[in-house]
Design a protein around this ligand. Sequence first.
Ligand code: PEP
Ligand code: MG
Length: 480
Amino acid sequence: FDNRKNAALAWGDCIGQVVERYEAVEDDYLKQRGVDVRSVGDHVLMELPGEKATIRIDSDGPVSLFAEEFTSFETSQLDLKKVVGIATVMGGPTSHSAILARSLGIPALTGVDKEINGVSNGTPVVLDGFNGLLWVEPPEDVWQESQQRREQWLAKRIELQKFSAAPAVMQDKRQIEVVANIGTAADARSAIVNGAEGVGLLRTEFLYLSRETAPTEQEQFELLCEIGQAMKDRPIIVRTLDVGGDKELPYIHLPKEANPFLGVRAIRLSLREKDLFQTQLRAILRAGTDYQYRIMFPMIANLAELQLAKEQLELAHSALNAEGVNHRWPVETGIMVEIPSAAILSNALAPFVDFFSIGTNDLTQYTLAAERGNPDLAEYADGLHPAVLNLIRTVVDNAHEEGKWVGICGELAGNLEAIPILIGLGIDELSMNPAAIPEAKALIRKLDMVQITPLAENALAATSAETVRKAAGEFVRKFK
Ligand code: PEP
Ligand code: MG
């Protein structure tokens, strides 16, 4: 107070002094604890002015980040300009922080050995996201080779981007719609650069990760219009709020549950918090006046839930009508198929939707009872498991019988090994992180239904994900 410093400045100075003392210690382990003090200090600093700030990275050059775990919120707060890789002890390839990292086009490793926690700041590392490898203090040849591979990969990416705006038409003239999974307006811009033909999944919960209070209808409307401006007349599938599981929002107080992934999540929550749901539906319908918005409900388990969700949509429409507010109506409406019951009963659901989008991240975890964020179960949770593929085939057959189309928006859709099998199963649309689009389109253009149908049929008849992956890997290598 005497020095006329406000609380944040005084706190910052104080923490700075403690950190300096740690850093002066000779012992490497203790020296590192300065980082922990800084991190705690930063958290308090963020709270002091009552707003969230980006997580600061104290380095001039490119860095890889190591952590026990990043929450979706923390990943969204990272200033990623300097970050070229992320490695965490917890999480799996389809956990939400990995999805966020992937959407930024940077390699992310999960399930890494706990010992990474002891690696000191400034240690040279090589992180290979393709093969899931990490070297701490790598030998010179590994360093050189990885630098070269990175440069080649970046050059190839630029080359592929040149053709990525063109449609993905297969050798037999069948066209696969390739669209993007996005969570922000910046992702929408990146989707366009990478050749997305639309948005197959807008994860609305990612739009408001850093807010302390619920966004108003007008705020949601404006953000949806910003995304609409980036996408112009391309279709945008906006998914209503999918909170719960491993995604929390500060302004929604979820009950403590023993198994949050099996709890009040997604549409289950929206149907309980009707005001929140109405606000979102109204904003989407209003933004649909000028942009090609479609609506998708997450985690539908049965027909009754779909009907309740559609009733809410009708309600939002009648209210906007009564108020004389412009909005899109009718609006194309679909559901995510990510619970096995929805896949098995897709014949009953198909007449009531315009489209299905299969969320293989959740469909896999629920089919194989292997939580997507658990690093010890990564080998169980492979979406190329024949059990998951048979569910996908069921959905495709039931949808096509009703004249409806089917997309995939789980991480599997952007996986090069999986793409020929998914198309062979009859999928019409693939929605993936923007960075994966150019290479996926280049591969699709080389495929032919005659070649991939037997590959898909064999995958359906296989008895393990391992067998399917092996066959898929060998098939794709032929096109590299
Ligand atoms: C999925 O479950 O596959 C999906 C796309 O939804 P999310 O990853 O957001 O749960
Ligand atoms: Mg899901």
